[in-house]
Design a binder for this molecule. Structure first.
Ligand code: THU
Length: 159
């Protein structure tokens, strides 16, 4: 038996002002778009902003449904819109924010497993690491690739 340890690196910022300017802008877009989320069932309003290789920013938010599984998370709404409309532009960074009753959540928001899988696919598709910013009042986390969110992931390499 052999045991290996997988290490992930997480950068933690105390405030949005500590981030590089481009990241601040992206995170503010994610925050802004939380307000347009359609989340009447959970009341959890998530916003995602994606920075593409051509400098374009695409946003999305969660879209819920009375048939719960028919809804979709903010990350995948933004990511799929980006991939659908700008299929040759690599995804550089995604910023994710969440609000309850209009107030930014305390702890950094954590993407669900399906969104992590979708991010992993996009990263492989464009062969470019995706930086991930997770927003919260207490702290903002920066990960430098999907490997830090979803180690040992399933991918086309396994097929
Ligand atoms: N949600 C997201 O949009 N992204 C996340 O990272 C976590 C969860 C949504 C799905 C659902 O509409 C609501 O938040 C509650 O789970």
């Amino acid at each position: 038996m052999k045991t290996t340890e997988i290490t992930i690196v997480v950068h933690e910022y105390q405030s949005i002002n500590e981030l590089p300017e481009a990241d601040q802008l992206l995170l503010r877009e994610a925050r802004r778009i939380t307000a347009f989320a359609y989340a009447p069932y959970s009341g959890f309003h998530v916003g995602a902003a994606v920075l593409l290789g051509d400098g374009r920013i695409v946003t999305g938010n969660n879209q819920e449904n009375s048939a719960y599984p028919s809804g979709l998370c903010a990350e995948r709404v933004a990511l799929f819109y980006a991939n659908a409309n700008y299929p040759t532009a690599e995804v550089k960074t995604i910023a994710i924010s969440a609000a309850k009753n209009g107030i930014l959540v305390s702890e950094p928001v954590k993407p669900c497993g399906s969104c992590r899988q979708a991010l992993a696919e996009t990263e492989l598709r464009f062969e470019t690491p995706i930086r991930i910013l997770l927003d919260g009042q207490d702290s903002i986390l920066l990960l430098n690739g999907v490997e830090s969110l979803l180690p040992l992931s399933f991918s086309k390499k396994d097929l």
